[in-house]
Write a protein that binds this ligand. Structure first.
Ligand SMILES: C[S@@+](CC[C@H](N)C(=O)[O-])C[C@H]1O[C@@H](n2cnc3c(N)ncnc32)[C@H](O)[C@@H]1O
Length: 226
């Protein structure tokens, strides 16, 4: 998918995503919030002051970043101009750029990239991560959330989702290896989203399952290599 192709999903992003999910599994708000909740729990007293949402799309994570980290200055970056326009309208207090060069002299405590890297052509993934590494504070962390290619339900949704026509899922090991080449080392990782809405009463055990490579998604937390 070309970078501009997300322009056409800028105003109907949630509806398209929900349409790709099996009946009863479309929990768009939950999927957007759980990532920020997990980061908030892990960072505890180290609340980030400056956050970059890399590949922010129409900005659905930004409202959660703002509510979990109310004192943070939040920036969004995306290559899709229409998505950024939508993100700006939804989040008037955040700042946005369409070109990473515009913020190359800035530093962020937290860089967050949710379901972005599988949309970046393989030949460009390393450069995209290097651009992130350049603006990550020495003490900062970058979280990448990606689909788990080994989960059969994720695979089925991925195959049905119009967003993902030309996307290629990224196994956790590949993400870690690209990150290493970009000067970022693995700090922590885990699998997430083990239970669908119908079994949501079991979700409280998910933190104990995070080493099992069967969750619908995974995250890697990266630091600058020392
Ligand atoms: C599936 S959407 C995810 C949007 C948002 N992160 C979320 O979780 O709702 C993927 C996003 O990645 C963006 N994207 C594609 N190539 C990119 C690149 N090279 N750099 C940054 N973002 C990119 C797309 O424009 C799109 O907004």
């Amino acid at each position: 998918m070309s970078e501009k192709e997300f322009d056409k999903f800028a105003t109907n992003y949630d509806a398209v995503l929900a349409g790709a999910m099996p009946p009863g599994m479309a929990e768009n708000v939950y999927f957007a919030e759980y990532k920020i909740k997990l980061i908030n729990q892990q960072l505890k007293e180290r609340a980030p002051e400056r956050i970059l949402d890399f590949g922010c799309g129409p900005g659905r994570s930004i409202e959660f970043l703002a509510s979990y980290f109310p004192r943070a200055e939040i920036w969004g970056f995306d290559v899709s101009e229409d998505s950024v326009k939508q993100a700006r309208a939804n989040n008037p207090n955040a700042k946005f750029v369409l070109d990473m060069d515009e913020i190359q002299n800035q530093e962020f405590d937290l860089i967050f990239a949710a379901n972005v890297f599988h949309h970046i052509p393989k030949s460009e993934q390393s450069d995209a991560l290097k651009a992130c590494a350049r603006v990550l504070k020495e003490s900062g962390v970058m979280y990448i959330f990606e689909h788990n290619p080994y989960n059969p339900v994720t695979k089925r949704i991925f195959e049905r989702c119009p967003f993902d026509v030309n996307a290629v899922m990224l196994p956790r090991s590949e993400t870690v290896s690209i990150a290493r080449g970009a000067g970022l080392e693995l700090d922590k990782s885990g699998y997430t989203l083990f239970f669908p809405a119908q079994l949501s009463f079991l979700r409280f055990v998910e933190p104990w399952l995070s080493a099992i490579p069967m969750g619908a998604q995974y995250y890697v937390r990266l630091r600058r290599s020392r």
